[in-house]
Design a binder for this molecule. Structure first.
Ligand code: IPM
Ligand code: MN
Length: 364
């Protein structure tokens, strides 16, 4: 089969982790006899530098014409001025919004060989296997008004957390559908004791639950959930939550797997039916980590696992996706570690080498 993949390396460590993931995809393509056609475009600071905007209409067009988008990371301290007219992050937010990718799936798994590289006791991590479904095109990130201004009594700023019933319904439905295909437990996370948007979120969630009597639903406040996530993480199956809450909870949850550099994500417009393909954007949950850029240090596994999610959801190649997951585990089992998951007695490798080792496992 032939597939078109838009590749957006972005900023900081983005280009390095993308190179490693493309190496792995190329191994998949030769092994399985597919043809992946890569279409490179700029995004974020790299796009501002060259084109003056964080996402060009051309890049958006390339993404729309592709079967999937693979993205590295955006963000560069050079553009961190609060009054900046263009920001690298805007490119990513615009891309998610324009492509209508409202469901961001962030699986959190604990690989047994990495338990010792986490700060947790092994018994806490036993059986941890959850997916956070983060709403991605609404909530506090996109609500209006959103601005900063000067008043006679100093500066002032506003952001708005806003949701329509329809926006809540479609994301919660995705959560239920995913839970139905797993351990049938859905935790909806909100702040309904304080926020009006959360009260609507909870009402709509309860209404949607009528269509999923086989899925056990519970509600948690986001503050309590952040505690439970590290107290009893194995109790979670699927979590569904607002954009900002999901952003924060998944950085926290990444520590369960050992590093922010381990967690992949898939952004899609709803869960596809078994065996069906859907367009999607695939990116690691980590940022551009500018201080580690160009040092051949960054852990490419989050991006490689994101490419595996792309194989599963957008290319409907579940066997190939599993082969990538397996290759990652084998290389870790053999003791290779990037700096972020390194501990005594293991072999330290760089970004390139980690990608190469994983690619070689697939070709073998
Ligand atoms: C993420 C990132 C992005 C977000 C940033 C880079 C805009 O932190 O994907 O989690 O906040 O969504
Ligand atoms: Mn984040």
């Amino acid at each position: 089969m032939k597939f078109d993949i838009a590749v957006l390396p972005g900023d900081g460590i983005g280009p390095e982790v993308i190179d490693a993931a493309v190496k792995v995809l190329s191994a998949v393509q030769s092994k399985a006899g597919h043809e992946f056609r890569y279409h490179y475009e700029d995004i974020g600071g790299a796009a501002i530098e060259k084109h003056g905007v964080a996402l060009t209409p051309q890049a958006l067009k390339t993404c729309k014409a592709s079967d999937a988008v693979l993205l590295g990371a955006v963000g560069d301290p050079k553009w961190d001025n609060p009054w900046a007219k263009v920001r690298p992050e805007d490119g990513l937010l615009a891309l998610r919004k324009h492509l209508r990718l409202f469901a961001n799936l962030r699986p959190v798994k604990v690989l047994p060989m990495l338990i010792d590289s986490t700060p947790f006791k092994p018994e806490i991590l036993r059986g941890v296997d959850m997916v956070v479904v983060r709403e991605l095109t609404g909530g506090l990130y996109f609500g209006r008004p959103k601005r900063q201004w000067r008043t006679s009594r100093g500066r002032r700023a506003v952001d708005t957390m806003s949701y329509s019933e329809a926006e809540i319904e479609r994301i919660v439905r995705s959560g239920f559908e995913l839970a139905r295909s797993r351990r049938k437990k859905l935790t909806s996370v909100d702040k309904a004791n304080v926020l009006e948007s959360s009260r609507l979120w909870r009402q709509v969630t309860i209404e949607v639950s009528a269509d999923f009597p086989d899925v056990e639903l519970d509600h948690q406040f986001v503050d309590a959930c952040s505690m439970r996530l590290i107290q009893r993480p194995s109790e979670f199956d699927v979590i569904v939550t607002e954009n900002t809450f999901g952003d924060i909870l998944t950085d926290e949850a990444s520590m369960l797997s050992g590093s922010l550099g381990m967690l992949p994500s898939a952004s899609i417009a709803g869960i596809p039916l078994e065996g069906m393909r859907t367009f999607g954007l695939y990116e690691p949950i980590h940022g551009s980590s500018p201080r580690r850029a160009r040092l051949n240090m960054a852990n490419p596994i989050a991006t490689i696992l994101s490419a595996a999610m792309m194989l599963q959801y957008s290319l409907a190649l579940p066997g190939e996706a599993r082969a990538v997951d397996r290759a990652v585990q084998e290389v870790l089992e053999e003791g290779c570690r990037t700096y972020d998951i390194m501990s005594d007695g293991f072999t330290k490798v760089g970004t390139d080498e980690m990608g190469e080792l994983i690619a070689r496992k697939i070709s073998a």
